[in-house]
Design a protein around this ligand. Structure first.
Ligand code: PMP
Length: 400
């Protein structure tokens, strides 16, 4: 892969080359994605679906073409199961709210893993509070592995849905989602997978997984911010009420009553971020050219190389050491506050993330205030890892 495809990587910070290792927060964008945004606003900008003029028709065709591309990228059975949202957060809120409205009642139960991002925990807490339902959490081990034996005991005839991430943004654990889904389905319970940290690193086949919902964000897979996807099986989407009311999601409105549009438009109220959706299409093209499996393999090589070098640093403590991992490294050094480590690394040109990573319950589980997190993408290199580890070695004496 040519790093030159990512113009931002030429940026200098404090007169040093940028080493960008904050990819779990958001990836940088290739020129092909940036070009699509420019050309959309230069020659295609128009509101979609409701115009008869040339631009509206052309923009609509391109928009719907991306829906078909997403459908094939995740191997959904039908393009009507692909709903565009603003991102993972909105996708999960949509499901929690709409599925919850229809299927969760007083005394019911929802199973959520204890290692979820707040985006896949708070919406369930909100719907459970609203409905008088209860959440049961799947615990995880010190290494960051979900306890499936306990998971199996959490089901009752009141269980309505399971929500779990494919890859933990904090621990890097790749969860055994196929097995988790199989167990839930043996109880006739549907499963939502938070795929925010997986789609850019692991080939996803929603039919093979047999998940009921799969949610992800464009901006973590080389696409622009402001676009995401909620995949849902038709059997659920057909029965779920709309999430938001407004234009586009209606079939007919009178002063007395509204009938709703067909799928997927029933869940797409208002004007979508058309240019960003087209950017998502370009990002998928980019990923398919590289090969998602190749991307994941490259990142894991960097991960393994980094971990091997980091082990030699005095006081190094890794948070999240599951046998099945993605290229996310969370760590602490001695008693140093993660924020101090992140700030010093920044001054040496290395961008990492520090804090609780929107997973406060994980921090509580380990009794720590936060971690430093380095995460890799397709454009990172062994030189980046060397620069990162050398920077760590430079700052360690300053920490003590
Ligand atoms: N789930 C996970 C696992 C994530 O890592 C993130 C983003 N950090 C989200 C959900 C939320 O994604 P977004 O902010 O793009 O909606």
């Amino acid at each position: 892969m040519q790093q030159s495809q990512f113009p931002i990587l030429r940026t200098k910070v404090y007169d040093r080359p940028l080493i960008y290792l904050d990819n779990a927060a958001t990836t940088q964008k290739p020129q092909s994605v940036i070009d699509v945004l420019t050309s959309y606003y230069t020659s295609l900008n128009s509101n979609i679906h409701r115009g008869t003029h040339y631009l509206a028709t052309a923009a609509t065709e391109r928009f719907e073409e991306v829906r078909r591309k997403v459908c094939s990228f995740i191997n959904a059975a039908d393009r009507t199961e692909v709903v565009f949202t603003r991102g993972t957060t909105e996708s999960i809120n949509l499901v929690a709210s709409s599925f919850g409205e229809r299927f969760i009642g007083e005394g019911d139960e929802v199973i959520v893993s204890a290692m979820e991002h707040h985006s896949d925990m708070v919406p369930w807490q909100m719907v459970c509070e609203r409905k008088g339902a209860k959440i049961k959490y799947i615990p995880f081990s010190d290494e960051g592995v979900l306890d499936l034996d306990i998971y199996k005991t959490l089901f009752s005839e009141k269980t309505r849905i399971v929500a779990v991430n494919h890859v933990s943004n904090t621990l890097g654990t790749v969860n055994p989602v196929a097995e988790i889904i199989k167990i839930a389905h043996s109880h006739d319970v549907p499963v939502l997978i938070d795929g925010a940290q997986s789609v850019a690193h692991i080939p996803v086949d929603v039919q093979a997984l047999d998940c009921d919902f799969y949610c992800f964000s464009g901006h973590k897979m080389y696409a622009p911010m402001g676009v995401g996807v909620m995949y849902g099986k038709r059997r659920w989407l057909d029965e779920m009420p709309p999430y938001q009311g407004g234009g586009e999601m209606i079939k007919d409105v009178t002063l007395e009553k509204t009938t709703y549009n067909e799928l997927p438009f029933k869940f797409e109220a208002g004007t979508p971020s058309v240019g960003d959706v087209l950017g998502l299409g370009a990002a998928i093209d980019f990923m398919l050219t590289e090969g998602v499996e190749n991307i994941g393999r490259h990142e894991m090589e960097l991960h393994d190389y980094a971990v091997e070098r980091m082990r030699n640093i005095e006081g190094m403590r890794f948070i999240g050491t599951a046998p099945q991992k993605a290229a996310v490294i969370s760590f602490l050094i001695g008693n140093a506050h993660p924020y101090d480590v992140g700030t010093l690394l920044d001054k040496l040109g290395v961008a990492v993330r520090t804090g609780h990573h929107c997973t406060q319950p994980i921090m509580d589980r380990y009794g720590i205030p936060g971690t430093v997190r380095a995460s890799f993408a397709v454009y990172n290199t062994r030189d980046d890892v060397d620069a990162f580890v050398n920077a760590l070695n430079r700052i360690v004496p300053m920490l003590s």
